[in-house]
Ligand binder design. Structure first.
Ligand code: F6P
Length: 554
């Protein structure tokens, strides 16, 4: 379902022409022209308030972007996704993360089979298991209660669970320890277990394919670590569970498939944190709150499917991202949560956005003649303000920002001088958006009595676009809506760019080459190398360093 070449569409051309006028306008002018702008260019639904008035757009831009979306058949593509069409065309798969959070009353068909009963059967098994572990009914091999949960996975089988655990820590069991191991660097595993007792530790091995080198390597390390203390192979059944679509691989590893929680090939790795990949989240916050999170996702799904484009949150976010990326030529997006619990949200979004939309060919395999996925990055506020915000304010590049904040903190702390520390935090969020948009003119700087030589340095050009997303409080429900907002915004962008947002062929080459390199690094005798001269020299040098006198433990 490819659309006509994007840059030849009249709607694209119209946007280009429109950019010639609006592109030179300052946000100061846009605000001056419409006293209601700050209220009008906002949408509030499903518990999220989006203020996009500080984007460099006017009513015409928004209309033209919607026309572009219609021309790219966005509404039809949304329906195709919800209907279970195989829109991940390069892998021949449906894309149905929305089925993971749909209620039992919904019927979603994949190849004529209703998947909802399957989804809920797994959710129910997860709930029973989680309750057994949380209540102490599930005991370890030696009869001790499970106090530590270590989730082993990587990419989509790690970033979502880590982010959700951190985000919902306030709702989690504080008498249990949750850790996450992803890197094949042995330090990751070693540091995660160094102070833990294997008799009290449960490992969740998360891998959609159950073939991922890093995860299987760490899973083997975990097994060896457990058996070293617990001795007996039969301990594995009490200390290991798996989350995967590959029952055969799980059994081969030695985990009883009775202790496996499945999901399906129509769930992309980076869209899987609300599947059984979220088992650690459920263990941390309990089944009831996990279901609240799913309800949040679902509320956004319903909104995305039914709201008109002009008030559709993911559609707006996606179209504004297109505008910034392709017309303002902004290469990156900074995601700046003013909420410490969302500290891993930018890292999670990096995979979601960049593995999805980092593509250079259309669905038809034609090389694109426009930029696709921007680079996502970010840090929680206010920390970022004291490091990279300088560039966002006064650098030569445009960095559109997504500010995320909440009405309530989960940790109120009275501030010196009155109010709560949370007011200080939110004052910073609001002030940053204002400073970016309006800046400070040279006249204003001079009027402050600044010496002339310093005026250029102290001038803020402004006109730097941002979104502000507000919600009442970070709850499991709100987290679900927020994640689904970005998931669907990614889909909107991919639809306009006419790319497959659900495959990830770009990760394969490195994996393939590493296989050859591993053999060369571990060969007993100096291997015959046939790479380029740099790669050959690096392999040689590494072997020298490794085998030389200065070993890490010397
Ligand atoms: O290498 C990329 C990737 O395939 C991601 O898409 C995926 O989330 C991650 O690896 C982990 O894969 P798996 O869950 O199969 O171990």
């Amino acid at each position: 379902m490819s659309h006509a070449p994007l840059t030849t569409l009249p709607q694209w051309q119209a946007l280009k022409q429109h950019f010639a006028t609006i592109g030179t306008k300052h946000l100061r002018e846009l605000f001056a022209a419409d006293a209601q702008r700050g209220k009008q260019l906002t949408v509030e639904d499903v518990g999220l308030y989006l203020d996009y008035s500080k984007q460099r757009v006017d009513a015409d831009t928004l209309r033209l972007l919607r026309e572009l979306a219609e021309a790219c058949e966005l509404p039809q593509r949304i329906e195709a996704m919800f209907r279970g069409d195989k829109i991940n065309s390069t892998e021949g798969r449906a894309v149905l993360h929305v089925a993971l959070r749909a209620p039992t009353t919904e019927k979603i068909l994949v190849d004529g089979h209703d998947v909802e009963p399957d989804v809920h059967e797994v959710l129910d098994r997860m709930a029973v298991f989680s309750e057994r572990v949380r209540s102490g009914a599930w005991l370890g091999h030696t009869g001790k209660r499970i106090r530590n949960v270590i989730s082993i996975g990587i990419g989509g089988s790690d970033l979502g669970p880590v982010m959700a655990y951190e985000a919902l820590r306030d709702y989690s069991r504080r008498d249990m320890t949750f850790r996450f191991v992803s890197n094949v660097d042995g330090t990751d595993f070693s540091e995660a277990v160094r102070d833990l007792d294997p008799a009290e530790t449960l490992f969740i091995i998360c891998s959609k394919t159950f073939t991922t080198l890093e995860t299987l390597t760490n899973a083997h390390a975990a097994r060896a670590w457990c058996l070293k203390t617990l001795g007996d192979e039969s301990a594995i059944a009490k200390h290991f569970v798996a989350v995967s679509t590959n029952a055969e691989g799980v059994a081969k590893f030695g985990i009883d498939t009775a202790n496996m929680f499945g999901f399906w090939d129509w769930v992309g790795g980076r869209y899987s944190m609300d599947s059984s990949i979220g088992l650690s989240t459920m263990l941390a916050i309990g089944a009831e709150q996990f279901h609240e999170m799913l309800a949040g996702f679902h509320a956004m799904d319903e909104h995305f499917r039914s709201a008109p484009l002009e008030s559709n949150l993911p559609a707006l976010m996606g179209l504004l991202a297109i505008w910034n990326n392709n017309f303002l030529d902004a290469a990156t997006v900074a995601v700046l949560p003013y909420e410490q619990y969302l500290k891993r949200f930018p890292a999670y979004l990096q995979q979601l956005t960049m593995e999805s939309n980092g593509k250079h060919v259309t669905l038809n395999g034609k090389v694109v003649d426009y930029n696709t996925g921007p680079i996502y990055w970010g840090e929680p506020g206010t920390n970022g303000q004291h490091s990279f915000y300088q560039l966002i304010h006064q650098g030569t590049r445009i960095v559109p920002c997504d500010f995320i904040g909440f009405g309530h903190t989960l940790n109120p702390l009275p501030a010196q001088g009155g109010g709560d520390q949370h007011d200080l935090l939110m004052a910073n969020l609001i002030a940053q958006g204002e400073a970016l948009a309006f800046g400070k003119t040279a006249e204003e700087v001079r009027a402050e009595g600044t010496p002339e030589a310093l005026v250029p340095h102290r001038t803020f050009e402004g006109n730097r676009p941002s979104n502000t997303i507000l919600a009442a409080k970070l709850t499991p429900h709100v987290l679900g809506t927020l994640i689904a907002l970005y998931e669907h915004s990614v889909f909107v962008q991919g639809t306009i760019w006419d790319i497959d947002s659900f495959d990830q062929w770009g990760v394969e080459l490195g994996k393939q080459l590493a296989k050859t390199t591993i053999a060369e690094l571990t060969a007993k005798d100096e291997p015959k190398l046939a790479h380029d001269s740099s790669t050959n020299a690096l392999i040689h040098r590494y072997r020298q360093l490794r085998d030389g006198a200065t070993s890490g433990k010397a």
